[in-house]
Design a protein around this ligand. Structure first.
Ligand code: BGP
Length: 477
């Protein structure tokens, strides 16, 4: 069966500044949160732990984000490769600390602004539309250390200034914007999204929801400001979406799974798309002793700044069970739950579920009826360079093909899907594990976990497959 993707469908790839730019201390850039995250297995434990100290200790750890894959210096070569694949859109983030090195300055860093001008001009040369994430796990470190991250309301003002600066500067170059990457991941890993490390488990929820409230406000203001400065802009939210399945038909489990889905998948969407805290929020806040400091006018501002579209990442579903035995805990995905007996997992334990993507699309469209864009999806895998220099990543092609088929099904269902940017279209540093060896790209980068490698770029088999897919607007799967 061939699928009918709409004309002008936005095919492309996605990245984030901290995971691929490198040049972490060049061009006047200040340190940001990702610059203090070590590479390797320690990272995941740190991300979910308490009391992180935000210091760089090179005697103990390596810091792969410092060099990334050096897009900062190689952007022309990389964009030419994206163009060769026929990208219509390229998702990247702006590193806030390139524009405001400490985050709280009043004047921006011209060198940082000029860098993104060069990148956008290069994209424009090939007719590739930039899709810019304003905040992708890159809170300036100074705001974390001195202000306590997004728990502190002052960050809303600093963010306003950053946003106004980039909207004004790039108003003729960038039409598609996303405010906060995977905003709903915040309570799960506050360090990444909210730029603070919880003191203990008790304060985690309270501080995370307060931080989220500040981000909701900042996002709403950004949408309003963006529409004023760039009248034809399209500004979206960005969710980490994982459909939640009940482990079985026991109504207790079904209800539990439903509430988990509400909290994880819909809480932030309800605020950012509908402009209101969801109906189930009060009970949840009461039961978890969460008291939000909401100032007069905040809710009205949130209501006025609803997004134009929803973007989301999709890697896996989650299977949920109310009461879990110790053996069942920890057998599921990174995002929790129990093992799903119907699914296989990647080498990192992420359960592969293409139909889950169709479910996600239907759930989101059914609830909100706004255009959707998948801005992350892909398979993190170990790749091998063959003796002849080729990379035969058929497993990646299979993964993507099955997911794209389900997108076709969802469009057939009636879902308004406008684009797809596969994650890590060029190999880059993994966010959760800090590894180079967890590769997602169509383009291989010769760089390894021990820091060795030439950074040379090579086209994988999937490169040619994706090129044909884009050429045929999704018909040649
Ligand atoms: C998302 C993040 C990305 C990205 C991706 C893959 O959660 O928005 O930054 O890295 O997941 O995850 P990982 O890099 O951990 O494999």
């Amino acid at each position: 069966m061939t699928y009918q993707f709409p004309d002008g469908f936005l095919w492309g790839g996605a990245t984030a500044a901290n995971q691929f730019e490198g040049a972490y201390n060049e061009g006047g850039k200040g340190l940001n949160l990702a610059d203090v995250l070590p590479g390797g297995k320690e990272r995941l434990a740190l991300l979910s732990s308490t009391g992180f100290d935000f210091e760089i200790d090179k005697s103990k750890y390596s810091y792969p984000n410092h060099e990334g894959i050096d897009f900062y210096h190689r952007y022309k070569e990389d964009i030419a490769l994206f163009a060769e694949m026929g990208f219509k859109v390229f998702r990247l983030s702006i590193a806030w600390s390139r524009i405001f090195p400490n985050g709280d300055e009043t004047e921006p860093n011209e060198e940082g602004l000029a860098f993104y001008d060069r990148v956008f001009d290069e994209l424009q040369k090939y007719g590739i539309e930039p899709l810019v994430t304003i905040a992708h796990y890159e809170t300036p470190l100074h705001l974390t250390k001195e202000y306590g991250g997004w728990r502190n309301r002052q960050l809303v003002e600093f963010f306003d200034r950053y946003v106004e600066t980039i909207f004004t500067r790039y108003k003729d170059k960038v039409k598609y914007w996303l405010t906060f990457n995977e905003i709903n991941g915040a309570t799960h890993m506050p360090l990444m999204g909210l730029g603070f490390s919880p003191e203990n488990e008790k304060t985690r929820l309270q501080d995370s929801f307060q931080g989220l409230h500040h981000q909701f406000l900042a996002s709403a203001r950004a949408v309003k400001k963006g529409h004023e400065i760039i009248p034809d802009s399209q500004i979206g939210c960005m969710l980490l979406y994982a459909p939640v399945y009940s482990f079985d038909s026991n109504p207790e489990n079904v209800m539990h799974a439903r509430r988990e889905a509400d909290l994880f998948n819909f809480f932030c969407g309800d605020v950012q798309v509908r402009g209101e805290y969801p109906y189930f929020a009060n009970r949840y806040f009461k039961e978890h002793d969460i008291k939000l400091d909401i100032k007069e006018g905040d809710l009205a501002e949130i209501k006025e700044g609803t997004v134009d579209f929803i973007s989301f990442s999709y890697y896996m579903s989650r299977t949920d069970k109310k009461e879990k035995t110790p053996e069942e805990i920890g057998q599921g995905n990174l995002i929790g739950g129990v093992k799903n007996p119907f699914l296989k997992a990647s080498d990192w334990g992420w359960e592969i579920d293409p139909v889950g993507l169709r479910i996600a699309l239907n759930e989101l469209y059914g609830r909100y009826q706004v255009p959707l864009m998948i801005v992350e999806n892909g398979l993190g895998a170990y790749d091998k360079v063959e003796a002849d220099g080729s990379i035969q990543d058929d497993y990646r092609i299979d993964y993507l093909r099955e997911h794209i088929k389900q997108m076709g099904e969802a469009i057939e269902d009636g879902v308004d899907l406008i684009g797809y940017t596969s994650w890590g279209c060029i190999d880059l540093v993994s966010a959760s594990s800090g590894q180079y060896s967890k590769r997602y790209g169509f383009i291989y980068v010769d760089k390894h976990d021990d820091g060795s490698g030439t950074l040379e770029r090579k086209r994988k088999k999937s490169f040619y497959w994706y090129k044909d897919l884009i050429d045929s607007n999704g018909k040649q799967l």
